[in-house]
Write a protein that binds this ligand. Structure first.
Ligand SMILES: Cc1cc2nc3c(=O)[nH]c(=O)nc-3n(C[C@H](O)[C@H](O)[C@H](O)COP(=O)(O)OP(=O)(O)OC[C@H]3O[C@@H](n4cnc5c(N)ncnc54)[C@H](O)[C@@H]3O)c2cc1C
Length: 234
């Protein structure tokens, strides 16, 4: 085996998965399409809100990194729903996009036992002998590594898939649509088809970005100012 664990994708989930595996002492490889985009925030660069605010704190309690990254890069902090009951109040921080991404990459790069590789995983290596006792409807075999677009075949005891919005991702801008993972970044093609051939159902969910407004078209005098509050750490 080349590694104990391979994590596919250096987004928010992949960061936590690869750090957790490496911190538990497993030799870990993070394969991601573009290391410069490790920890990139897709759209509204905010961490928190009703459900994610709790999630970030749970990740933190488990030794994860997201809470620390947003604490280090926040530019505004608010408790949402202050006028309502405590059960629906939640912290939300706006991040400095570049600072967040750079801090995330620094943590991943400096983690002992964790290596980063720039490539796209197109298929898994499957050990057909293992996992034959799985439920009758489950595909037989066990993930034993990855195959990449640049022709590498790397073995591992476990593979974690954290492909986010990139697996067979498509972007829609008005009437225009094309394969893209996020604006300006390539979709990850190949693995979706591989998983389909292995018997897994594969689909896509929609995510939406509201239309952007040109700043110089806004009369700020007619708008209400929302100040941040004193931040409490995530
Ligand atoms: C336009 C847009 C707007 C969004 N707005 C918001 C928002 O405002 N707030 C919010 O909370 N969420 C938003 N999201 C959702 C956002 O994508 C998720 O919250 C978050 O990024 C998910 O993290 P993730 O780690 O699962 O995946 P991602 O952040 O999508 O990261 C996946 C990573 O895996 C890599 N990867 C994927 N497949 C492969 C492969 N086969 N081989 C190698 N590398 C691979 C990709 O290159 C990428 O770096 C938005 C998404 C999009 C596309």
């Amino acid at each position: 085996m080349d590694y104990d664990c391979i994590v596919i994708g250096g987004g928010h989930a992949g960061i936590e998965a690869s750090l957790a595996a490496a911190r538990l002492g497993f030799s870990t490889l993070l394969v991601t399409q573009n290391p410069d985009c490790i920890g990139a925030l897709s759209c509204n660069p905010a961490v928190g809100g009703l459900s994610k605010g709790n999630l970030v704190r749970e990740v933190d309690a488990l030794g994860g990194e997201m809470g620390k990254l947003i604490d280090a890069s926040m530019i505004q902090y608010r408790i949402l729903n202050r006028s309502r009951g405590q059960a629906v109040q939640s912290p939300r921080a706006q991040a400095d996009k570049q600072a967040y991404r750079m801090a995330a990459r620094r943590v991943v790069e400096n983690q002992k036992g964790l290596s980063i590789m720039m490539d796209t995983v197109t298929a898994l290596v499957v050990d057909p002998g293992a996992g034959a006792t799985a439920a009758p409807t489950a595909p037989l075999g066990r993930a034993a590594g990855v195959v990449t677009a640049r022709g590498h075949r790397i073995g591992a005891r476990a593979v974690i898939l954290a492909a986010g919005t990139f697996m067979e991702g498509r972007i829609f801008i008005g009437e225009y649509d094309a394969p893209e993972g996020r604006l300006g970044e390539e979709a990850a093609l190949g693995l979706g088809n591989f998983l389909r051939c292995m018997g897994f159902p594969v689909g896509r969910f929609k995510t939406g970005t509201p239309a952007r407004i040109a700043g110089d078209s806004i009369d700020y005098g007619k708008m209400e100012r929302q100040n941040g509050e004193d931040p409490r750490p995530f």
